[in-house]
Write a protein that binds this ligand. Structure first.
Ligand code: ADP
Ligand code: ADP
Length: 235
C-alpha cells in the first residue's frame, strides 16, 4: 500500500508555474526515482515533500489521510525525512553527535529510551555497522568523512529514527563512481528495511539499478510514472 500519495500537486512562485499536476505514490519497500534536467522542478518537489515549501494545488496523503506538510518539523513528525545534497550536518561535530542531532523532532518514532553519551556512541556505531559501514571512530568530526560516507550516515540516521519515507536530493551527484556505488547500496538497504524511498536525480544511470518506479519531470510536468519493466537505459 502507498505510504505517501501525491495527488495532482502543483506549485507556483508568483506567476511562475514550477510544478503542475504531479501524481505519484510512495510505497513501503520501493524506490521511486524522480528524474529530470535542470529547471524540471525537482528541487521544488523535494521542498514540498520536506515541508519547506507549501504546494499551491493538489493533495498530499499519508496512509490515506490528507496531510499538510507545512514545515520541516511537521514533515519529520509525519515520518518524512529528507537528506539534502548539502546535508544538514555540522562538519566539526563528531559523527555520533550529528547522528543524534535534531532527534527530539522524531519523538515517538525512534528509540524510546534516552541514551547517555556512551550509549549514543555505541548506537551510532552499531547502526552504521548494521547498514554496512564500519567506522573505526565515531568521535571523529563528520567533516573528515567522505561525501559518500556522510550521505550514508544521514540515511542510517533517518532509518534509526523511524522515518517511513526517505527523500534523497541528488545523493550521488557530487560523488565519484565508487562512492556513488556505496550510496546506492545504502539506498537499497533503506528500502529493504521497509522505507519508501524517493530518489531525486538527474542521472538515469544512478537511478536505474535501484529504482522500482520512475517519474520523469519536464518543465514542471510529469511525463509519466513508470515501473522498471517499462524502462530501458540507452548506452
Ligand atoms: P530543478 O531542481 O529540477 O532544477 P526547480 O524546482 O529548482 O528545478 O525549478 C523549477 C522551476 O521553478 C524553474 O523554472 C525555476 O526557475 C523556478 N523556481 C524555482 N524556485 C523558484 C523561486 N523561489 N522563485 C521563482 N521561481 C522559482
Ligand atoms: P527558498 O526555499 O529559500 O525559496 P530557493 O532555492 O527556491 O530557496 O530560492 C532561493 C532564492 O532564490 C529565493 O529568494 C527565490 O525566490 C529565488 N529564486 C530561485 N529561483 C528563482 C527563479 N527562477 N526566479 C526568481 N527567483 C528565484
Amino acid at each position: 500500500a502507498a505510504i505517501l500519495e501525491v495527488d495532482q500537486v502543483g506549485k507556483r512562485y508568483g506567476n511562475i508555474i514550477a510544478l503542475s499536476g504531479i501524481s505519484t505514490s510512495v510505497r513501503a519497500g520501493e524506490v521511486t526515482c524522480v528524474l529530470g534536467d535542470n529547471g524540471a522542478g525537482k528541487s521544488t518537489f523535494i521542498k514540498i515533500l520536506a515541508g519547506a515549501h507549501e504546494h499551491s494545488e493538489g493533495v498530499l496523503r499519508i496512509d490515506g489521510e490528507e496531510c499538510r506538510l507545512s514545515s520541516p518539523r511537521e514533515a519529520l513528525e509525519a515520518g518524512v525525512a529528507t537528506v539534502y545534497q548539502d546535508l544538514a550536518v555540522v562538519p566539526l561535530m563528531p559523527v555520533w553527535r550529528n547522528f543524534f542531532l535534531g532527534s527530539e523532532l522524531t519523538k515517538g518514532r525512534g528509540p524510546l529510551r534516552r541514551l547517555d553519551v556512551a550509549g549514543m556512541k555505541r548506537t551510532t556505531k552499531a547502526e552504521l555497522s548494521a547498514m554496512g559501514i564500519d567506522l573505526r571512530d565515531v568521535d571523529q568530526p563528520i567533516g573528515t568523512l567522505s561525501g559518500g560516507e556522510r550521505q550514508c550516515v544521514a540515511i542510517a540516521r533517518a532509518v534509526y529514527f523511524g522515518a517511513r519515507v526517505l527523500i534523497l536530493d541528488e545523493p550521488t551527484a557530487a560523488l565519484g563512481v565508487k562512492q556513488s556505488g556505496v550510496v546506492l547500496k545504502y539506498i537499497a538497504k533503506a528500502r529493504d528495511r521497509g522505507l519508501g524511498v524517493v530518489f531525486i536525480t538527474h542521472n538515469p544511470h544512478h537511478a536505474y539499478p535501484v529504482g522500482d518506479r520512475f517519474m520523469l519531470l519536464r518543465r514542471g510536468k510529469s511525463m509519466g510514472d513508470f515501473p522498471k519493466s517499462e524502462m530501458t537505459l540507452d548506452d
